[in-house]
Write a protein that binds this ligand. Structure first.
Ligand code: ATR
Length: 279
Protein backbone atom coordinates (compact mmCIF):
# COMPACT_ATOMS: atom_id res chain seq x y z
CA UNK A 1 0.00 0.00 0.00
CA UNK A 2 1.27 3.46 -0.90
CA UNK A 3 2.65 5.38 2.11
CA UNK A 4 1.80 9.02 2.58
CA UNK A 5 4.34 11.64 3.60
CA UNK A 6 3.58 15.33 3.86
CA UNK A 7 4.61 18.83 4.77
CA UNK A 8 2.26 21.02 6.76
CA UNK A 9 2.59 24.80 7.01
CA UNK A 10 0.90 28.06 6.16
CA UNK A 11 1.61 29.30 3.54
CA UNK A 12 2.79 26.13 1.81
CA UNK A 13 2.23 26.77 -1.92
CA UNK A 14 5.88 27.42 -2.71
CA UNK A 15 7.37 24.51 -0.77
CA UNK A 16 10.05 22.68 -2.74
CA UNK A 17 9.84 19.64 -0.46
CA UNK A 18 7.16 17.65 -2.37
CA UNK A 19 9.06 17.59 -5.67
CA UNK A 20 12.36 16.89 -3.88
CA UNK A 21 11.01 13.95 -1.85
CA UNK A 22 8.81 12.51 -4.61
CA UNK A 23 11.85 12.41 -6.89
CA UNK A 24 13.71 10.45 -4.19
CA UNK A 25 10.81 8.02 -3.64
CA UNK A 26 10.72 7.22 -7.33
CA UNK A 27 14.53 7.03 -7.60
CA UNK A 28 14.73 4.55 -4.69
CA UNK A 29 11.59 2.71 -5.89
CA UNK A 30 9.71 3.35 -2.67
CA UNK A 31 5.94 3.22 -3.03
CA UNK A 32 5.17 6.54 -1.37
CA UNK A 33 3.79 9.96 -2.11
CA UNK A 34 4.68 13.30 -0.50
CA UNK A 35 2.03 16.02 -0.48
CA UNK A 36 1.80 19.53 0.93
CA UNK A 37 -1.09 20.67 3.10
CA UNK A 38 -1.94 24.19 4.13
CA UNK A 39 -2.92 23.93 7.79
CA UNK A 40 -4.26 26.85 9.80
CA UNK A 41 -3.11 27.25 13.42
CA UNK A 42 -6.49 26.25 14.80
CA UNK A 43 -6.42 22.98 12.83
CA UNK A 44 -2.91 21.88 13.76
CA UNK A 45 -3.93 19.31 16.36
CA UNK A 46 -6.54 17.80 14.02
CA UNK A 47 -3.95 17.64 11.25
CA UNK A 48 -1.51 15.76 13.50
CA UNK A 49 -4.25 13.38 14.64
CA UNK A 50 -5.40 12.87 11.06
CA UNK A 51 -1.93 12.06 9.77
CA UNK A 52 -1.48 9.60 12.63
CA UNK A 53 -4.90 8.05 12.04
CA UNK A 54 -4.42 7.46 8.32
CA UNK A 55 -1.03 5.89 8.92
CA UNK A 56 1.14 8.52 7.23
CA UNK A 57 4.80 7.45 7.38
CA UNK A 58 5.81 10.87 8.62
CA UNK A 59 5.71 14.54 7.83
CA UNK A 60 7.63 17.78 7.81
CA UNK A 61 6.46 20.78 9.74
CA UNK A 62 7.24 24.26 8.55
CA UNK A 63 6.46 27.89 9.38
CA UNK A 64 4.50 28.77 11.50
CA UNK A 65 3.96 25.40 13.22
CA UNK A 66 7.44 24.18 14.21
CA UNK A 67 6.95 25.04 17.89
CA UNK A 68 3.17 24.72 18.13
CA UNK A 69 3.27 21.09 16.91
CA UNK A 70 5.22 19.86 19.96
CA UNK A 71 2.27 19.32 22.37
CA UNK A 72 0.55 17.18 19.72
CA UNK A 73 3.44 14.72 19.40
CA UNK A 74 4.06 11.61 21.52
CA UNK A 75 7.83 12.09 21.83
CA UNK A 76 10.40 14.76 20.98
CA UNK A 77 14.12 14.05 20.79
CA UNK A 78 16.58 15.93 22.99
CA UNK A 79 18.00 18.37 20.42
CA UNK A 80 14.55 19.28 19.05
CA UNK A 81 13.23 19.72 22.60
CA UNK A 82 16.11 22.04 23.49
CA UNK A 83 15.64 24.03 20.29
CA UNK A 84 11.91 24.07 21.00
CA UNK A 85 11.07 23.34 17.36
CA UNK A 86 10.29 20.25 15.31
CA UNK A 87 10.56 20.11 11.53
CA UNK A 88 10.40 16.33 11.03
CA UNK A 89 7.93 13.82 12.47
CA UNK A 90 8.17 10.05 12.18
CA UNK A 91 5.03 7.96 12.67
CA UNK A 92 6.23 4.80 14.40
CA UNK A 93 3.24 2.48 14.65
CA UNK A 94 0.93 5.29 15.67
CA UNK A 95 3.47 7.12 17.83
CA UNK A 96 4.47 10.54 16.48
CA UNK A 97 8.13 11.27 17.20
CA UNK A 98 9.52 14.76 16.59
CA UNK A 99 13.01 15.73 15.44
CA UNK A 100 14.76 18.87 14.29
CA UNK A 101 16.95 18.40 11.22
CA UNK A 102 17.40 22.13 10.46
CA UNK A 103 20.48 22.70 12.62
CA UNK A 104 22.06 19.36 11.69
CA UNK A 105 21.18 20.05 8.06
CA UNK A 106 23.09 23.31 8.30
CA UNK A 107 26.05 21.56 9.94
CA UNK A 108 26.18 18.76 7.35
CA UNK A 109 26.03 21.27 4.51
CA UNK A 110 28.79 23.29 6.12
CA UNK A 111 31.08 20.29 6.55
CA UNK A 112 31.75 20.06 2.82
CA UNK A 113 33.48 23.45 3.16
CA UNK A 114 34.59 23.42 6.80
CA UNK A 115 35.03 19.81 7.94
CA UNK A 116 35.23 20.77 11.62
CA UNK A 117 33.99 23.78 13.56
CA UNK A 118 35.96 22.77 16.66
CA UNK A 119 38.09 25.71 17.84
CA UNK A 120 36.51 28.11 15.33
CA UNK A 121 35.31 31.64 16.04
CA UNK A 122 31.75 31.93 14.80
CA UNK A 123 29.30 34.82 14.39
CA UNK A 124 25.58 34.21 13.87
CA UNK A 125 23.51 37.15 12.63
CA UNK A 126 19.87 37.04 13.75
CA UNK A 127 18.16 35.51 16.77
CA UNK A 128 14.98 33.94 15.36
CA UNK A 129 14.00 30.29 14.96
CA UNK A 130 16.62 29.44 12.34
CA UNK A 131 19.37 31.07 14.37
CA UNK A 132 18.32 29.07 17.43
CA UNK A 133 18.51 25.72 15.60
CA UNK A 134 21.93 26.55 14.14
CA UNK A 135 23.31 28.01 17.38
CA UNK A 136 22.32 25.05 19.58
CA UNK A 137 23.65 22.58 17.00
CA UNK A 138 27.00 24.37 16.54
CA UNK A 139 27.32 24.82 20.32
CA UNK A 140 27.76 21.04 20.62
CA UNK A 141 30.73 21.08 18.20
CA UNK A 142 33.24 22.67 20.61
CA UNK A 143 33.86 25.95 18.79
CA UNK A 144 36.06 28.54 20.54
CA UNK A 145 33.20 31.03 20.51
CA UNK A 146 29.79 31.68 18.98
CA UNK A 147 28.69 35.31 19.19
CA UNK A 148 25.18 36.33 18.20
CA UNK A 149 24.43 39.71 16.66
CA UNK A 150 20.86 40.92 16.42
CA UNK A 151 18.93 44.13 15.81
CA UNK A 152 17.24 43.48 19.17
CA UNK A 153 20.27 42.56 21.25
CA UNK A 154 18.12 41.29 24.16
CA UNK A 155 16.86 38.47 21.94
CA UNK A 156 20.43 37.41 21.22
CA UNK A 157 21.12 37.42 24.97
CA UNK A 158 18.02 35.28 25.64
CA UNK A 159 19.18 32.73 23.08
CA UNK A 160 22.57 32.56 24.79
CA UNK A 161 20.94 32.19 28.22
CA UNK A 162 18.70 29.38 26.98
CA UNK A 163 21.38 27.30 25.25
CA UNK A 164 21.76 24.02 27.18
CA UNK A 165 25.22 23.30 25.75
CA UNK A 166 28.28 25.05 27.22
CA UNK A 167 29.84 27.53 24.79
CA UNK A 168 31.51 30.93 25.09
CA UNK A 169 29.14 33.54 23.60
CA UNK A 170 28.45 37.28 23.62
CA UNK A 171 25.33 39.09 22.44
CA UNK A 172 26.25 41.92 20.08
CA UNK A 173 24.51 44.79 18.37
CA UNK A 174 24.80 44.75 14.58
CA UNK A 175 27.14 47.75 14.83
CA UNK A 176 29.41 45.93 17.31
CA UNK A 177 29.49 42.89 15.03
CA UNK A 178 30.54 45.07 12.09
CA UNK A 179 33.61 46.29 13.95
CA UNK A 180 34.52 42.78 15.16
CA UNK A 181 34.02 40.97 11.84
CA UNK A 182 37.73 40.40 11.27
CA UNK A 183 37.81 38.02 14.26
CA UNK A 184 35.51 35.35 12.84
CA UNK A 185 36.32 32.22 10.83
CA UNK A 186 32.64 31.57 10.09
CA UNK A 187 29.77 34.04 9.70
CA UNK A 188 26.19 32.77 9.37
CA UNK A 189 23.40 35.10 8.21
CA UNK A 190 20.00 33.85 9.44
CA UNK A 191 17.66 36.83 9.00
CA UNK A 192 15.25 37.32 6.11
CA UNK A 193 17.18 40.38 4.91
CA UNK A 194 18.30 39.73 1.34
CA UNK A 195 15.11 37.89 0.39
CA UNK A 196 12.17 39.45 -1.49
CA UNK A 197 11.22 42.24 -0.86
CA UNK A 198 14.55 43.08 0.81
CA UNK A 199 16.88 41.87 -1.95
CA UNK A 200 18.88 45.11 -2.04
CA UNK A 201 19.53 45.06 1.72
CA UNK A 202 22.01 43.32 4.00
CA UNK A 203 22.00 43.15 7.79
CA UNK A 204 25.47 44.63 8.27
CA UNK A 205 28.44 46.08 6.49
CA UNK A 206 31.19 43.61 5.53
CA UNK A 207 34.12 46.02 5.34
CA UNK A 208 36.08 44.17 8.01
CA UNK A 209 35.37 40.59 6.94
CA UNK A 210 38.42 38.31 7.19
CA UNK A 211 39.93 37.10 3.89
CA UNK A 212 39.31 33.37 3.46
CA UNK A 213 36.67 33.34 6.19
CA UNK A 214 33.58 31.28 5.38
CA UNK A 215 30.31 33.19 5.02
CA UNK A 216 26.92 31.42 4.88
CA UNK A 217 23.52 32.83 4.17
CA UNK A 218 20.60 30.53 4.91
CA UNK A 219 18.61 32.24 2.11
CA UNK A 220 18.55 30.33 -1.21
CA UNK A 221 16.23 32.56 -3.20
CA UNK A 222 17.98 34.57 -4.56
CA UNK A 223 20.85 32.10 -4.86
CA UNK A 224 23.34 34.82 -4.02
CA UNK A 225 22.13 37.53 -1.67
CA UNK A 226 23.69 40.98 -1.62
CA UNK A 227 25.39 39.87 1.63
CA UNK A 228 27.06 36.89 -0.09
CA UNK A 229 28.03 38.92 -3.18
CA UNK A 230 29.73 41.50 -1.00
CA UNK A 231 31.45 38.87 1.15
CA UNK A 232 32.77 37.17 -1.98
CA UNK A 233 34.00 40.45 -3.41
CA UNK A 234 35.98 40.97 -0.20
CA UNK A 235 37.73 37.62 -0.42
CA UNK A 236 35.53 35.36 1.71
CA UNK A 237 34.30 31.91 0.66
CA UNK A 238 30.53 31.90 0.39
CA UNK A 239 27.74 29.36 0.69
CA UNK A 240 24.02 29.87 0.17
CA UNK A 241 21.10 28.17 1.94
CA UNK A 242 20.56 25.36 -0.57
CA UNK A 243 22.76 22.92 1.30
CA UNK A 244 20.91 23.48 4.57
CA UNK A 245 17.58 22.94 2.84
CA UNK A 246 18.76 19.84 1.01
CA UNK A 247 20.43 18.26 4.05
CA UNK A 248 17.49 18.90 6.38
CA UNK A 249 15.42 17.05 3.78
CA UNK A 250 17.99 14.27 3.42
CA UNK A 251 18.08 13.73 7.19
CA UNK A 252 14.26 13.59 7.28
CA UNK A 253 14.22 11.13 4.35
CA UNK A 254 16.73 8.96 6.21
CA UNK A 255 14.56 8.93 9.33
CA UNK A 256 11.55 7.81 7.28
CA UNK A 257 13.21 5.25 5.01
CA UNK A 258 16.58 4.32 6.51
CA UNK A 259 18.24 5.53 3.30
CA UNK A 260 20.57 8.53 3.30
CA UNK A 261 19.79 9.87 -0.18
CA UNK A 262 22.02 11.22 -2.92
CA UNK A 263 22.68 14.84 -2.11
CA UNK A 264 23.75 15.73 -5.64
CA UNK A 265 20.43 14.56 -7.02
CA UNK A 266 18.50 16.57 -4.40
CA UNK A 267 20.54 19.69 -5.11
CA UNK A 268 19.85 19.41 -8.82
CA UNK A 269 16.15 18.98 -8.16
CA UNK A 270 16.05 22.08 -5.96
CA UNK A 271 18.10 24.16 -8.37
CA UNK A 272 15.75 23.16 -11.17
CA UNK A 273 12.77 24.21 -9.08
CA UNK A 274 14.45 27.55 -8.41
CA UNK A 275 15.15 27.98 -12.09
CA UNK A 276 18.87 28.44 -11.48
CA UNK A 277 21.87 26.38 -12.43
CA UNK A 278 24.72 27.17 -10.07
CA UNK A 279 26.08 29.09 -7.14
P1 ATR B 1 13.13 32.81 11.58
O1 ATR B 1 12.30 32.01 12.53
O2 ATR B 1 12.92 32.45 10.13
O3 ATR B 1 14.57 32.84 11.94
P2 ATR B 1 12.21 35.23 12.86
O4 ATR B 1 12.00 34.49 14.11
O5 ATR B 1 11.12 36.12 12.37
O6 ATR B 1 12.56 34.30 11.63
O7 ATR B 1 13.56 36.06 13.03
C1 ATR B 1 13.91 37.01 12.14
C2 ATR B 1 15.30 37.56 12.46
O8 ATR B 1 15.56 38.57 11.49
C3 ATR B 1 15.40 38.24 13.81
O9 ATR B 1 16.72 38.08 14.28
C4 ATR B 1 15.12 39.69 13.47
O10 ATR B 1 15.65 40.63 14.35
P3 ATR B 1 14.80 41.12 15.66
O11 ATR B 1 14.96 39.99 16.65
O12 ATR B 1 15.44 42.36 16.09
O13 ATR B 1 13.38 41.28 15.19
C5 ATR B 1 15.83 39.81 12.15
N1 ATR B 1 15.34 40.91 11.33
C6 ATR B 1 14.18 40.97 10.64
N2 ATR B 1 14.08 42.14 9.98
C7 ATR B 1 15.21 42.85 10.26
C8 ATR B 1 15.73 44.13 9.86
N3 ATR B 1 15.04 44.94 9.03
N4 ATR B 1 16.94 44.50 10.33
C9 ATR B 1 17.65 43.69 11.16
N5 ATR B 1 17.22 42.48 11.56
C10 ATR B 1 16.02 42.05 11.12
Amino acid sequence: MKKLFAVIGDPIKHSMSPAMHNDLFSFYQIDANYLSFQVKNENLQDAAKGLRAIGAGGFNVTVPHKTAIIPFLDEVDELAASIGAVNTVVNENGKLKGFNTDGLGFLKGLQAYMPSTAGKRILIIGAGGASRAIYFTLAKEEPETIDIANRTVEKAQSLINECPYPVSSSALTLAEAETMLGEYDLVVQTTLIGMEPKISEQPLDLNKIKQQSHVCDIIYNPLKTKFLREAEARGANVQNGIDMFVYQGALAFEKWTGIFPEIKRMRENVLKQLGGTSC
